[in-house]
Design a binder for this molecule. Structure first.
Ligand code: PBG
Length: 328
């Protein structure tokens, strides 16, 4: 390669037209998956103080929101039910209730907007009295295999209701294989699994737990979620999930873990997802409300960076804010 000195890289930046032509990464609405919080009732909309701009919606309003998002180019939503406290139990039975809030929400969306790709979280925390992702013994330890039996029931309920992807976010060992086998055995071969493969024990999930009204009664999630210090272990988690049958592998959170996303992309032929989580959203909104930065621009830059790092799809609460500056 012969270089003509001085090298003037700025020539390729001089107009909007050339900048668009040489742009390496393009963020599309269809790259984004929007998490939605669903509540009981009709025509109900409840704000979440730590997530301004995100609301808990009753099923009827959730459907309207899904239509609006679809019309804006969004092709995926992820459902999280807000469970009333009298339905939360030690064994989380509500998690696989075929007529519960989650099942009804899945059925309504798939009936009214079947083209929207629907993800639903598989984990016990919204349904369990102590707020952990699994069953607990008398010593306060989270029980792996007993929890998997519950996750399997929850996945079958979601599949029966019509979900496109079950999304286990619990971090129990071996759950992907168990869920895949039971889905296949029950005739749900076309229902996919999006595995939260490397889910870190992050301090960034606080606003999400507010949204779902989940409070940890004791301890923390560090015996099942990953140590933020570890990348090779995250890649191993993803490799195992892939081997057990996951269709999509997720890294969570996103912006603090771009190195993990990039390395996973090099290691797998599966699509890589990233979850731009509630704390990542709340920080930017809080700064915006103080007049310290422009949320739409910061979100766009952040989501673009997550895609540039290697994510094929991005779960984010910020879709609304970036919609108008997405590429067109
Ligand atoms: C629960 C779950 C969590 C999130 C998604 N599924 C919270 C947790 O593990 O405590 C976090 C999402 C967010 O912060 O946006 N299994």
């Amino acid at each position: 390669m012969s270089l003509v000195l001085p090298i003037r890289l700025r020539r390729n930046r001089k107009s909007v037209a050339i900048r668009k032509m040489v742009q390496e990464t393009i963020l599309l609405a269809s790259d984004l998956v929007v998490p939605l919080f669903v509540i009981e009732g009709e025509n109900k909309r409840v704000t979440i103080p730590s997530m301004p701009g995100v609301e808990r919606l009753s099923i009827d309003l959730l459907i309207l929101e899904a239509f609006w998002l679809y019309q804006k180019g969004i092709r995926g939503i992820a459902l999280f039910p807000v469970i009333e406290s009298d339905l939360k139990t030690e064994f989380a039975e509500e998690a696989w209730n075929p007529t519960g809030l989650l099942a009804r929400a899945i059925r309504s969306i798939k009936k009214q907007l079947p083209e929207m790709c629907l993800f639903a979280d598989v984990a016990l925390d919204p349904f369990i009295s102590h707020g952990h992702d699994g069953l607990v013994n008398e010593k306060g330890e989270i029980l792996n295999d007993e929890t998997i039996a519950c996750l399997v029931k929850m996945s079958l309920m979601q599949a029966e209701a019509g979900v496109d992807f079950v999304a286990p976010s619990d971090m129990m060992d071996g759950r992907i294989g168990a869920i895949r086998k039971s889905l296949d055995d029950s005739g749900y071969k076309d229902v996919g699994i999006m595995a939260y493969s490397a889910k870190y024990a992050s301090a960034l999930y606080g606003p999400f737990r507010d949204a779902l009204q989940v409070k940890l009664a004791f301890g923390d999630k560090r015996t099942y979620q990953m140590d933020p210090a570890n990348v090779r272990e995250g890649l191993l988690e993803a490799a195992l999930d892939e081997e057990e049958g996951a269709d999509i592998l997720m890294i969570k959170p996103a912006l603090y873990y771009l190195d993990v996303i990039t390395k996973l992309k090099e290691q797998t032929w599966r699509p890589v997802a990233a979850y731009h989580v509630s704390g990542e959203y709340a920080m930017v909104i809080a700064a915006h409300q103080n007049g310290w930065l422009d949320a739409a621009k910061v979100f766009h830059e952040g989501l673009l960076s997550i895609k540039r790092a290697g994510a094929d799809l991005i779960f984010t609460y910020a879709a609304r804010q970036v919609m108008d500056i997405l590429h067109h």
